[in-house]
Each structure stands twice: as C-alpha cells, then as structure tokens.
Design a protein around this ligand. Structure first.
Ligand SMILES: Nc1ncnc2c1ncn2[C@@H]1O[C@H](COP(=O)(O)OP(=O)(O)OP(=O)(O)O)[C@@H](O)[C@H]1O
Length: 319
C-alpha cells in the first residue's frame, strides 16, 4: 500500500507547477524549464471516440482491447464500484489511480472475474465476458500481476514461466500422461519460448535459479514475464512499482514501454507512484469511492482540482 501523504504531496506539487518535468529540470539546476509534453510518449495524441472515451490516435481504428460500460459491484450495502465506464485502446498504456480503498483492485477483480459484476458489461477485444470464468477470460486475453508477489517460490524461474505457457497453450492431457511425442515437442517449444520471454527482460541467464532466491525487483519482473507467457492482449499490473527503489522503477517504466512496443498489447496499471503514472500512461482514470471522478491525459489529470482534492482529502483524514 502506498503512502497517501507522499502521493497527495506529489500530485499537489505537480498540479501547482503544472509539470513534473519543470520540477525535475529545476532540481537538476537547468536554466530553461522543460515544457511538459501533451502526453508521455512524444507524438502520441489522445483522440476522443464517439462513445465515452479517449484512445491513442494510432489505436483509433482498432477495436478497443477493453470497454467497460456501467460496471458496478456491491458488497452488502457498499457500492464498491459504481457506473464504471472505461475504454482502453489496443496498444495503450493506461493508468487507474485513486486514494486507498477507492476500488481499483476491485475493478481488476471484476475484469478477471474473481468477482462477477452486479451490473454492467465488460467487452474484451469486442467480446462480452458476461458469465465467463477466470480461466476463460485468461484464454480470451487478460493477464494480471498482483500487489503482493505470487510466484511459485520453490520452482525455478523457467518453471514459473512455463506454467504460464501451459495455461495458454496446453499439450493435451493424454499427451502429458503418456509422454507422447507431442508432449516432448511441446516441452522443447515451452523451453525455447520461456527463454525467449525471459530474454526480453535480460533474465534468460537466471532460468535455473529458484524464484524465491531472486532479488525483489527480479521477482517482480518474473511475475510480468509469467503473465506475458499466457499471451495476453491486455496486461493488468497492480502496483508494479511497490517496494521498488527509484532506479528499479525507472527500469520498470522502460520495460512496460518495451512490452507494449514489442508485443503490441495494451497495459492497464494501478499505481500510487505518480512519477511512473505521469511518465508512461497515455490515458488515466481516477477513482474515488468506487466512481470515476476524472479521465484524461496526464496533463489533464494533474491539473484537475477534483483529483487533487480526492488525494488531499484522503491525506488529511490520515493525518
Ligand atoms: N470481498 C470484499 N468484501 C467486502 N468488501 C470489499 C471486498 N473487496 C473489496 N471490498 C471493499 O471495497 C472497497 C474498495 O477496495 P479496493 O481494495 O478495491 O480498493 P483499492 O482502491 O484497490 O485500495 P488500495 O489502493 O488500498 O489497494 C473497500 O472499501 C474494500 O473494503
């Protein structure tokens, strides 16, 4: 869980200054302040869709990878998520932010069918996921990582990735039980593919290391590789920078962009680290008390008084 005071202070400072880049330039002692870009990836323009949403211009003619319409879930009398509408473009890096308890993880649990929604619709790449199981939506193209690392710590790095591949492809029960030729071909394919995926993050050399023995940052990277092994169209990252030091966070930001560029998939991330969110997200949605209170580009979100108020309100209550 993030420090709400730090997050609020970050957001307030940025809202006041209008640009985190100006702040960074001043901190480095640069003479001329750097002008904030319209969106984090230079040249990316967010375009409104006829429905309620914005997507990167490059995705405007593609089916959105995710479309949530009037999504909601109740826990007893608590409307944990209410009237949640969100569109994520085919190759967009999108952010879902909000104070602690706002409903962010609940949204991920709805998207992955850990919870079935009380109301509303979720379209994944244009297909309705109503009534589908977690396993089914995984096959349909959603993968996620969790706030707390959930690796098989006694298995090797490679075995952790292979499990993701098995989930996606499988080699058939009888081939596996009777070790038919198809099984061995699959195992060889899985081995090669695991190393290929690990290599994206410079981890192929760690394939035989026990996952539990990896340093923290590497365990977080491995979780992402394992999620990628399932062949997703949409990767959900729940607080990927939690517990990371600044250099690990910078590396993570590069890796997230690399994933989008190399695999041509979309990423939706929950994160309290505003440097990461404002640095890589193209579209951002802000949740408070289960409802979206703002949507837009990083510049629009940083300058939104309702957003600053939501974070300051949370911070003030904790103080
Ligand atoms: N299974 C559940 N049963 C009852 N209430 C729940 C359940 N899951 C979540 N909630 C409630 O829903 C609300 C939203 O919780 P959620 O974990 O989604 O918030 P969050 O924005 O992810 O918070 P954080 O940033 O602290 O992780 C909270 O009030 C929480 O207590």
């Amino acid at each position: 869980m993030a420090d709400p005071k730090k997050t609020s202070a970050d957001l307030k400072a940025r809202a006041a200054q209008g640009s985190y880049r100006v702040q960074a330039a001043r901190a480095k002692g640069d003479e001329a302040p750097v002008k904030a870009p319209q969106s984090p990836k230079r040249g990316t323009r967010m375009v409104p869709l006829p429905s309620d949403g914005i997507v990167p211009e490059r995705d405007v003619h593609a089916t959105p990878v995710l479309e949530c319409r009037h999504l909601g879930i109740d826990f007893g009398g608590l409307h944990a998520v209410e009237d949640f509408n969100l569109i994520v473009g085919k190759t967009e890096i999108a952010g879902l932010i909000g104070p602690n308890g706002a409903g962010k993880t609940t949204v991920f649990n709805l998207l992955t069918k850990v919870y079935q929604p009380t109301r509303g619709t979720i379209l994944l790449d244009g297909h309705d996921t109503a009534g589908k199981s977690t396993a089914k939506v995984s096959q349909m193209g959603i993968a996620r990582t969790f706030q707390n690392i959930r690796l098989f710590s006694s298995l090797t790095v490679e075995e952790n990735v292979t499990i993701g591949l098995h989930n996606a492809i499988g080699c058939g029960m009888w081939s596996g039980i009777f070790r038919l030729p198809r099984y061995w071909v699959s195992e060889k394919e899985f081995h090669d593919r695991s190393l290929e995926l690990l290599d994206v993050f410079g981890m192929a050399g760690l394939a035989h290391v026990q996952a539990g023995n990896l340093p923290y940052g590497a365990q977080r990277r491995l979780e992402i590789v394992r999620a990628l092994a399932t062949g997703p169209k949409l990767l959900l990252l729940d607080e990927p920078a939690a517990g990371m030091n600044p250099s690990e966070t910078t590396e993570l930001m590069e890796n997230i962009r690399k994933i989008r560029d190399q695999f041509q998939i979309a990423v939706l991330l929950i994160e309290h680290d505003m440097d990461l969110v404002m640095g890589i997200c193209e579209g951002i949605a802000v949740l408070n008390f289960g409802r979206i209170i703002a949507k837009g580009t990083p510049d629009q979100i940083q300058g939104n008084p309702q957003v600053v108020e939501a974070y300051l309100g949370a911070s003030a209550k904790e103080a």
